[in-house]
Design a protein around this ligand. Structure first.
Ligand code: GAL
Length: 367
């Protein structure tokens, strides 16, 4: 069903009602044109809860009218939430899209109402009606994961073969393409050289084939099932996996669970596993030696940047960006602001995650 037909169907089905007034919180004296609709993909992945609530609080404290919605990873639900926010008077939309290619029609609506659109963390594709993009340097996230494995496994000097299993993110997530490209540009040469071998055979020959190993909706249980399958089919007769490229923490936690049930335990021949996001469960796994690293993206910085963009828009000021070339959404290059991601290993948990206040020591069993 085309996105246009899907949007018209939603309109006809009356799914697009006007509940906004009910859920919007208006603070006395709130800036009239600071009326913001925020939509996040899901509450089932830890980071989006933080992202949504952090930005909502900053805007409310600044006197803005804010509507925050989560879409349970359902595209139709996100489309109707956005439509409700437009119908309810939002002047600015902040959207962390589930499927960045599905929002064309509803953003046409937004444009008709001169509503500004900020793509949050994930780019919105195929529409001219995206004004700004705020995110982390997604390609660099992958590079950090690839270089971490390269350094830890000493791939330039290692004889090999080293048994390695790569995974990629959700096929409908534009970020997943960049994460994979960043990592694969580092690791593919070692696969081609035979230093890294992929017993499951699931090694994309180029970045364009990344979706062949994509895990839909970043679901931990799907990653666990996929790893179970690879271990039972390709790791028999004492063969051990030695490294896993996991693009984020929700997949890593599924992969760790699969390894555990296959009898792997932290120690000498435990595989090197990457991650992203700094989720509590994964920080615990890092402290327990079950995951080697995570790429930390301080979502507070992303919230701060988007808050600044909103302030600049409401004041009619020039919106500050730092990248006007990387993110072409198929219709235009979207002016973007990229934030630096950082590697966190066991010895950096305290200084980067706890001391900075991103996590509490008690969140990860340290206090
Ligand atoms: C990506 C996001 C990552 C990760 C993943 C799953 O788009 O950039 O931080 O959280 O989605 O939610």
């Amino acid at each position: 069903m085309s996105h246009k037909t899907r949007f018209v169907a939603l309109l006809a089905a009356g799914a697009l009602m006007l509940p906004l007034a009910a859920c919007a919180s208006t603070t006395p004296g709130g800036a009239a044109n600071c009326n913001v609709g925020i939509t996040m993909p899901t509450r089932s992945l830890e980071r989006w809860i933080n992202d949504g609530e952090q930005l909502q609080k900053k805007l409310k404290d600044a006197g803005c009218t804010v509507d925050l919605q989560y879409a349970d990873n359902k595209v139709d639900q996100q489309i109707s939430q956005i439509q409700n926010q437009i119908a309810g008077g939002a002047k600015i939309l902040v959207i962390a899209s589930i499927d960045g290619t599905a929002l064309g029609p509803v953003l046409e609506e937004a444009a008709k109402q001169t509503v500004k659109v900020i793509a949050y963390d994930r780019l919105i594709n195929g529409s001219p009606n995206v004004d700004y993009y705020a995110t982390f340097d997604n390609y660099k996230v992958g590079q950090l994961q690839g270089n971490f494995l390269k350094d830890q496994l000493k791939l330039d000097s290692a004889a090999g073969p080293i048994n390695f299993e790569p995974f990629a993110g959700s096929p409908d997530d534009n970020n997943a393409k960049f994460f994979f490209a960043g990592a694969w540009d580092v690791l593919l040469p070692y696969v081609q050289k035979g230093t890294l071998v992929v017993p499951s055979g699931k090694a994309p020959k180029s970045n364009d084939e990344w979706t062949s190993i994509g895990i839909q909706s970043w679901q931990s249980d799907k990653a666990q099932a996929e790893m179970d399958n690879r271990l039972s089919s390709f790791y028999t007769g004492g063969k051990k996996v030695q490294a896993v490229l996991s693009p984020n923490d929700s997949l890593a936690i599924g992969i760790v669970a699969s390894l555990k049930s296959a009898g792997y335990a932290p120690g000498a021949d435990y595989p090197m596993i990457t991650g992203q996001d700094g989720d509590k469960a994964n920080v615990k796994a890092i402290l327990a030696g079950e995951q080697a690293m995570t790429v930390w993206k301080d979502t507070r910085k992303l919230g701060d940047r988007v808050f600044t963009m909103i302030q600049q828009i409401t004041k009619g000021e020039k919106v500050e960006v730092n990248d006007e070339k990387t993110y072409n959404n198929g219709v235009k290059v979207v002016p973007s602001y990229l934030i630096e991601p950082e590697v966190v290993t066991k010895d950096l948990v305290q200084s980067k995650l706890i001391d900075s206040g991103f996590l509490k020591a008690s969140d990860v069993g340290l206090g």
